[in-house]
Design a protein around this ligand. Structure first.
Ligand code: EPU
Length: 337
């Protein structure tokens, strides 16, 4: 374990933005993490996972702690279920593939989501009708104030759409070290009713899909509309889909009859932010080094050498324009630093 100084964070964020960490350390065990937390010289600390959900707008003076704790193990199993514990530094998609290689089902719809296992619960990652919470059992997290491990069971995490206790009351207080999931072993429950998945499976002529087929379908859909961060820097959905009242939705429909919406309760409708941004004229818009992805308006991209502050200005312009045109607030999903 070595504290490094003036380290570029470019390889550590999927937006590929340049920013420097004044101090940087990578830890690969919980013990090393505890040791770093007890260092007196660095009062300000920043926890870095897969770097897939952040927009770096400036250099960081804090000690950046890169959580690189690896390892996957079977905790327990019975006839049809298995509990798997994955350490925080495992790459999310590699972990999903590991599960699929072992024929463990439940995470296939979450294939190809960037980021690491340890940061996945913070925003309750979700895609194609499944959220992390659906297979989550518990996680172990180090409390920064006490340097002690605490176990969070599902109810403690208060999971919601792109939200959890780790983004609310417990924000900045814990470092997730491992996550335990419950998965299926042979009788898998497939979730293929999300439109794009059934279309994709039908297109490939698969009638009785396996969990591996569902994963392949999800990968194909994601690759067809989401940019690969290795090629074009991005952070997935930059904004959350706003939830508005039925009344506000009806008003929106009276002006824009084609406005899509998904009813989520008696009172509320979720509107795709991608539609609002596209309708506001931003889809595919390029400002030299950065812009809005041409196939999915919810994704802001760095074409190379963009500044985080430029992307932030674009995000603010989008928010203002959407507000002016539709009277709807859209909130950033990524952490702006
Ligand atoms: N739409 C447009 N224009 C666009 C994009 C979307 O009109 O440019 C409209 C269309 O009506 C489309 C609808 O939005 O039918 C929904 O689009 P899509 O299925 O692509 O999903 P999304 O709401 O844009 C959410 C997640 C994604 C996740 C997909 C699939 C959020 C913020 N985003 O996107 O998550 O992959 O559903 O489940 O909830 C991520 O978080 O990084 C991410 C990619």
């Amino acid at each position: 374990m070595q504290i490094l100084h003036n380290i570029s964070l470019k390889p550590f964020n999927t937006f590929g933005l340049e920013a420097t960490a004044k101090h940087f350390v990578s830890v690969d065990t919980v013990a090393a993490l505890q040791k770093v937390l007890s260092l007196p010289n660095y009062p300000e600390k920043f926890i870095l996972g897969g770097g897939s959900n952040m927009l770096l707008t400036k250099n960081m003076n804090a000690l950046v702690i890169h959580v690189n704790i690896k390892g996957i193990s079977v905790v327990s199993e019975d006839e049809n279920t298995v509990k798997i514990k994955a350490n925080a530094g495992e790459n999310w998609h590699d972990f999903v593939l590991w599960c699929l290689n072992n024929d463990y089902g439940g995470l296939e719809n979450l294939s190809l989501i960037p980021g690491n296992v340890g940061t996945a619960p913070i925003q309750n990652i979700g895609a194609y009708g499944i959220e992390l919470k659906d297979n989550f059992v518990s996680c172990e997290a180090l409390e920064i104030a006490t340097n002690k491990i605490k176990t969070f069971h599902k109810a403690d995490c208060r999971f919601d759409y792109r939200n959890s206790v780790f983004k609310q009351e417990a924000k900045g207080q814990f470092i997730i070290c491992s996550v335990t999931f419950q998965l299926t072993k042979n009788t898998h429950q497939l979730h293929t009713n999300y439109g794009a998945i059934s279309d994709q499976l039908a297109e490939t002529g698969i009638e009785n899909p396996t969990i591996q087929d569902v994963s392949k379908a999800v990968i194909a859909i994601r690759q067809s509309k989401l940019p690969d961060p290795k090629e074009i820097g991005n952070s997935g959905s930059f904004f959350k889909n706003p939830v508005i009242s039925i009344k506000a939705y009806n008003q929106l429909k009276s002006v824009f009859p084609d406005a899509p919406g998904y009813i989520i309760s008696d009172l509320e409708v979720k509107v795709p932010a991608g539609w609002l941004i596209e309708k506001a004229g931003f889809k595919g818009k390029r400002f030299d080094t950065y812009g809005v992805h041409k196939k999915q308006a919810l994704v802001l991209v760095n074409y190379g050498n963009a500044k985080g502050s430029d992307i932030l200005k674009l995000a603010e312009l989008i928010q203002l324009t959407v507000k002016r045109l539709f009277h709807i607030d859209i909130e950033a999903e990524v952490n702006i630093l």
